[in-house]
Ligand binder design. Structure first.
Ligand SMILES: Nc1ncnc2c1ncn2[C@@H]1O[C@H](COP(=O)(O)OP(=O)(O)OP(=O)(O)O)[C@@H](O)[C@H]1O
Ligand SMILES: [Mg+2]
Length: 256
């Protein structure tokens, strides 16, 4: 069997070290090519988990292995898309140069930049600046910058949270298609249960703080998935119901 692309084992993190933990013994695996969605109550530590996975932060205990190896710094084949594109794009660089920035040192004329712009349908806006394009286009630019390096693992922290509903749907389809075409593994953190079930091969449900894995639910809906047809199947509705019930139980614990 293939080595998992990601193995999170018994991860614990507290701020400051020694205080009540935010993450408490988190364990799960991700197979190569798998799309995993992580859902959990607000503030439970999802971004902290992604930071530990990206090696942007070291856990207090436990380990994160990428294909069986530990990295002290973000491995070059791992890319992250953050929620807030306003802060992640450089306003003084054109869309094309923002994407080229992902290549560190290579020029904006690199053909990989054109390929990434094409993958997110932004060729026509390549010479505009982030503040001249819509929110959805800015997020597509951030996505292009993250895939330009041909990563193996894409970490997505609520990447569609700041855009309108229609744009969100378009971005979901685009990300799924890119992952499929590039055989890319993706780990998506989201508040949106429909989105998690629609996009993922597996949904990992986190508890309220301190976060641990409550349940992993396999989503064996066939691909390619369709926003209408897939979401109308009894299988989708059952899975959605199951995840929703688990998340609601956690949220109720939080409000007590
Ligand atoms: N560097 C840090 N120093 C101190 N506390 C931190 C740090 N990073 C996160 N925290 C705390 O850890 C907790 C979890 O934060 P985190 O951002 O991981 O949650 P989240 O699940 O991503 O939240 P949201 O759903 O709002 O995005 C919060 O209480 C936050 O204040
Ligand atoms: Mg967060």
């Amino acid at each position: 069997m293939n080595e998992p692309i990601l193995a999170v084992d018994n991860l614990t993190k507290a701020f400051p070290a020694g205080a009540t933990p935010i993450l408490n013994g988190l364990t799960f695996r991700q197979e190569p090519g798998q799309f995993v969605a992580v859902v959990g109550p607000s503030g439970c530590g999802k971004t902290t988990l992604l930071r530990c996975i990206a090696s942007l932060m070291q856990p207090d205990t436990g380990s994160v292995l990428h294909r069986g190896r530990h990295f002290d710094n973000p491995p070059p084949w791992l890319s992250v898309v953050f929620q807030d594109y306003n802060r992640s794009l450089f306003p003084w660089l054109s869309v094309r140069r923002n994407v080229a920035f992902g290549l560190r040192g290579s020029g904006a004329n690199d053909k990989r930049v054109d390929e990434a712009l094409r993958a997110v349908n932004l060729e026509h806006a390549a010479d505009l600046y982030p503040w001249q394009v819509s929110g959805g286009m800015q997020q597509r630019c951030a996505l292009a910058r993250s895939i330009v390096v041909s990563p193996n693992l894409l970490l997505l922290d609520e990447p569609f949270a700041s855009v309108d509903a229609q744009t969100r749907i378009d971005l979901q389809d685009m990300v799924m298609e890119i992952c499929q075409t590039m055989s890319l593994s993706a780990l998506l953190v989201t508040h949106d249960i429909d989105e998690a079930v629609f996009m993922a091969d597996k949904v990992v449900v986190l508890s309220t703080r301190p976060a641990r894995v409550v349940e992993e639910i396999a989503i064996d809906l066939p691909r390619p998935r369709d926003q209408l047809a897939t979401k109308e199947t009894p299988e989708f509705l059952q899975l959605r119901h199951r995840v929703y019930t688990l998340v609601r139980k956690q949220a109720q614990k939080l409000s007590r």
